[in-house]
Design a binder for this molecule. Sequence first.
Ligand SMILES: Cc1cc2nc3c(=O)[nH]c(=O)nc-3n(C[C@H](O)[C@H](O)[C@H](O)COP(=O)(O)OP(=O)(O)OC[C@H]3O[C@@H](n4cnc5c(N)ncnc54)[C@H](O)[C@@H]3O)c2cc1C
Length: 403
Amino acid sequence: MDKIQKYDVQIVGGGLAGLSLALALGKNNIKTLLIDNLEDPNKTNKTDGRTTALMESSVNYLDNLGIWKNIKQNSCKISCMRIINIVPPNKISDEVIFESNKIGINALAYNIDNHILRTELCNEISKFKSIKHLFNSKCKNAIQKNDGWVVNTDKGKYSAKLTIGADGRSSTIRKCAGINFKKKDYNQSAIVFNINHTQNTNNTSTEFMYPEGAFTFVPMGKNKSAIVWVEQTDQVNKLILNNKLLKQKFIQKSQKMFGEIEILTKPKSFPLSKIIAETNISDKLCLIGEAHHGITPVAAQGLNLSLRDSAILAELIIKNKDDDFNKILISYNKKRLKDIKTRIIGTDIFHNFSRFSNPISIGIKSIATNILNRMPQAKNQLMKLGLSFPDGLPNMMRKNNKI
Ligand SMILES: Cc1cc2nc3c(=O)[nH]c(=O)nc-3n(C[C@H](O)[C@H](O)[C@H](O)COP(=O)(O)OP(=O)(O)OC[C@H]3O[C@@H](n4cnc5c(N)ncnc54)[C@H](O)[C@@H]3O)c2cc1C
């Protein structure tokens, strides 16, 4: 019979939520196992093609984890967000611009390539003997025992006092723990790729609100942007297979605002849905990131939300490591639910509202834009609200709190 290797904490899933949690725990000498079904990013140039707009609190977390200094130069500051309403068939109706300097902050977010972020997290993890990082390892199932869960992988069996499911929307850990979830399919997908263009981004993220979905340029540099282009899924399936059609439609939708363009990466598609599990905790087990909650990318909130799961859970474990882990999980559950619920409801409303094309919705969108433009204080308050957190931030997400 295989010998079962024991850890304090085992994390299934080496996405950005799982990696950041493993690093925070390992840095604090907590014996941690990370079961990651992906390859070592240093050995592959495979990338999921996505970038992430990280809010200041997420950047602080990465800085406190010791990695931001190495990747900062690869990020792009976003100091303005420009939302442009489009009415059918393809006409600009009005727009609103949110500027970070109007609320006294340097940036609304920093945009970074997910592959760079993953590589740096893996490299930092490799410096700590307290973390065992198993690449190319898939969790097959997990079985509950008296002293914790035993995880079966294609590489062996492991157990820990605490098991974390950070294994994304189709979480195996969630399934093995018998935790149900609700899913809402938007019947839309996002096409993602990077482009060069002749017009300067001026550190502005530009979001065209088309009735069929948002069409967004997120700056990656002066003349480079990450495109997140939302359409009905059947339309996406056609576009992704036809480069000529994709480029033609792209130029039309970008309203010729970005000059000459060159597509740099292979377009990839991501189906959009909202998903929420009925709970994020069970006996000696916890779900974080998209294993518990998945939202639409329209407001660039998903990973920021997952990093807050990671930081808050890490802080609770580190501060109370001699306590019963179930007690820690109850505190975690209490601290997270408000933030998660608010973001899920908020992004769902924003997503649905932005895609309605009937005359009443178009009218309401236009009135809302007008009000915001006439009342700068209301606009600034809205910006502050989007960047605030109902239950405050953990220390790990505040400036200069080295972990
Ligand atoms: C187009 C797009 C743009 C986005 N832009 C932004 C943005 O600008 N800002 C933002 O905050 N968020 C953004 N998001 C959301 C963000 O990308 C996700 O919220 C984030 O990646 C979720 O991280 P995660 O670690 O929870 O899950 P995942 O990234 O899904 O990681 C889960 C990991 O678990 C692994 N896994 C699964 N099953 C197993 C198993 N059985 N055994 C071992 N490993 C397993 C998977 O391979 C994966 O590596 C965007 C999302 C999309 C689709």
